[in-house]
Design a protein. Structure first.
Length: 612
């Protein structure tokens, strides 16, 4: 690969110096922070977390281990002799610490909303087919079919045994793919792995779990890598030349020849075919991701950074053809377009009010601050790259990074549109930040300032990532008793009945027969606090018991109500009821002749309606 604007560099690159034995040992030594951190949390009880999630529960040695690993990663990125195995080892250690801590402490698969994905996978495993009439997941079954295939080849009926560690596997794959994209774009492995390190330290959005969107995102990154590595082109289109001319006038810098791959590329027909196959897998797995990919690919084709020109047309036809089969279903239930107002579509809507608790405010603002931090650094990186190194590269990165924001001019995706935009922006932004803080060693520059800059970026990113991700662990960790109770319910409850939760947060629909039970298919419904009839007040009167019966009868003459610790935590965090109100309500249900207790274990109780 060529380097960036070699002919115009005014500094002299130093030849890589062989590392001394002592330097080699010192380079690997900070990885000791990984076992230190996990040994420190071995046996940690995470069943009674407060409003700050895992933040106060984690011992200081865990934080010390994380800091040690981050400093070692920064040092590895600026070392005179860059070594990919070392950079890869540090990315792996960061992922294990940031994304693996919750699975390490969990008693059951994390996140209540993951269980609905388990149910669809187990349905396909049991039946060998899908049923479009059940729900939207059966209409976009690619990910679930893949999960069922894994269950088949491993001889298991459910992915429960490995699903928690998907939270580590996906970030590792994403980091690797970002490194490959960054290397292909810049021609420098150091920049690629620096981007991967920044990416895994900053991806707070919370999509790294067993879900179709995470699966589709993995395939999307693979498509981007193939596009820039094997379909990349340095010849701008007329539109690209115009954009370069405008950008050059803005920064007073003419366009230079962008770095490009000189050999080892796949034949174009092969690369296009692989892209189409991967894109088809995305299309049948997730509703929104194909159009996010299409926006980025189209933008790069318009600039001339990838070819052939008709690639976006082919991708668009594949996406449109599949959507046509389900157009009426989507239009009727969700709507194809939300609004033309991007600010309205960018609003992250929540079913419940934002929690007034300080811990949850910190949790929410940490993610926003991290996005703002990376946005400022990425813009600075783009400007610096354009002015000092390669305008064409900077322009391509900018277009790829900000093209996903076009989604917000038509679709809010139920309040999650902005999260998906941030997710597709982050890989390109990470590359821009890497270009800003990590540069090749030069004869006139000391290594220490560059190492300090890289370390500060990683430490500050992690300082915001930890409260954004681990700060909500009390709502993500499902206990063994709660998972066991749901397994019992789906094995023993009467089909065509309804299960009503006392509050949001129940791990619903995690069984192959979930479709036999009535109720809306949203994550937290039906629950008693869905409407304001039972919210924000004391509970436990006979009238409240009658209200439970009324909610059940709205769905079925037969039904159940469940109380569990995770529901109490959810009601407390969002102040949906006064503390103790759900316990009073359960006491009233237990004393009422209208209900009988049919299950009780580990703090989880299920009551059956006995009168209609």
């Amino acid at each position: 690969m060529t380097t960036l604007a070699d002919a115009e560099r005014t500094v002299v690159l130093t030849a890589p110096r062989p590392a001394t034995p002592a330097a080699k040992v010192l380079g690997w030594l900070p990885l000791a922070g990984l076992p230190v951190a996990f040994l420190a949390i071995r046996g940690l009880d995470a069943s009674n977390l407060g409003e700050y999630g895992l933040l106060p529960a984690l011992p200081w040695l865990w934080y010390a281990g994380l800091v040690l690993v981050l400093i070692g990663a920064a040092r590895a990125l600026v070392a005179p002799a860059f070594r990919v195995p070392m950079a890869m080892a540090y990315v792996t250690a960061i992922v294990l610490l940031l994304y693996g801590t919750m699975p390490f402490l969990a008693q059951a698969p994390d996140f209540p909303y993951v269980y609905k994905h388990l149910g669809v996978t187990e349905y396909i495993t049991a039946h060998g087919s899908v049923n479009w009439s059940i729900d939207i997941y059966h209409r976009w079954p690619g990910f679930f079919a893949f999960g069922a295939f894994l269950s088949w080849i491993t001889g298991t009926a459910t992915p429960t045994g490995y699903v928690a560690w998907v939270e580590v596997l996906f970030p590792l794959l994403h980091g690797l793919l970002v490194a490959m994209i960054g290397t292909a774009l810049t021609g420098r492995r150091r920049i690629g792995w620096a981007a991967a390190t920044i990416f895994v330290t900053a991806n707070w959005v919370g999509q790294e779990y067993y879900s179709p969107q995470t699966f589709a995102y993995t395939l999307a990154l693979a498509i981007f890598w193939i596009a820039v590595r094997h379909l990349g082109d340095h010849r701008p289109t007329p539109f690209g030349r115009l954009a370069e001319r405008w950008a050059g006038r803005l920064i007073r810098r003419p366009a230079t020849a962008a770095s490009r791959v000189e050999g080892g590329r796949w034949p174009r027909p092969v690369a296009v075919l692989v892209v189409l196959v991967l894109f088809a897998a995305v299309v049948v797995s997730h509703q929104l991701s194909p159009f996010m990919i299409l926006l980025t690919v189209t933008a790069l084709v318009l600039l001339g950074r990838i070819r052939p020109w008709w690639l976006p047309v082919a991708l668009g036809l594949v996406a449109a053809a599949y959507l046509a089969f389900h157009f009426d279903y989507i239009q009727t239930r969700y709507g194809i377009f939300t609004s033309l107002n991007p600010f309205k579509n960018a609003a992250h809507l929540a079913t419940y009010d934002v929690s007034p608790l300080l811990g949850k405010q910190i949790n929410a603002w940490a993610g926003r601050a991290l996005t703002g931090f990376l946005l400022l650094l990425s813009v600075a990186g783009l400007v610096r790259t354009a002015r000092r190194e390669d305008l064409r590269l900077a322009l391509g990165l900018a277009v790829a990074a900000f093209s996903p924001f076009a989604l917000l001019f038509g679709q809010g995706y139920g309040g999650e549109g902005i999260l998906r935009v941030i997710l597709f922006w982050l890989p390109w932004a990470s590359i821009a930040v890497a270009l800003l803080v990590v540069r090749e060693p030069v004869a006139t520059r000391r290594r220490a300032p560059r190492g300090i800059a890289a370390a500060l970026v990683l430490l500050m990113s992690a300082a915001m990532f930890v409260p954004a991700w681990l700060g909500s662990a009390e709502l993500a960790l499902v206990s063994r008793a709660e998972a066991k109770a749901m397994e019992w319910f789906y094995r023993n409850a009467t089909p065509d009945s309804v299960l009503v939760a006392a509050a949001p947060g129940t791990p619903l629909r995690g069984a192959p027969n979930y479709y036999q039970f009535r109720g809306p298919k949203s994550d937290d419904d039906p629950n008693l606090l869905r409407t304001e009839v039972m919210r924000y007040r004391a509970l436990g009167s006979p009238r409240d018991v009658d209200q439970i019966k009324y909610v059940i009868n709205n769905y079925s003459p037969r039904g159940y109500v469940i109380f569990a610790p995770i529901l109490t935590r959810y009601a407390h965090v969002f102040r949906l009821t006064p503390d103790g109100a759900l316990a009073d309500l359960e006491s009233a249900v237990a004393a009422s002749p209208q209900f009988k207790r049919i299950y009780s274990d580990g703090g989880v109780t299920i009551y059956e309606l006995v009168t209609s």
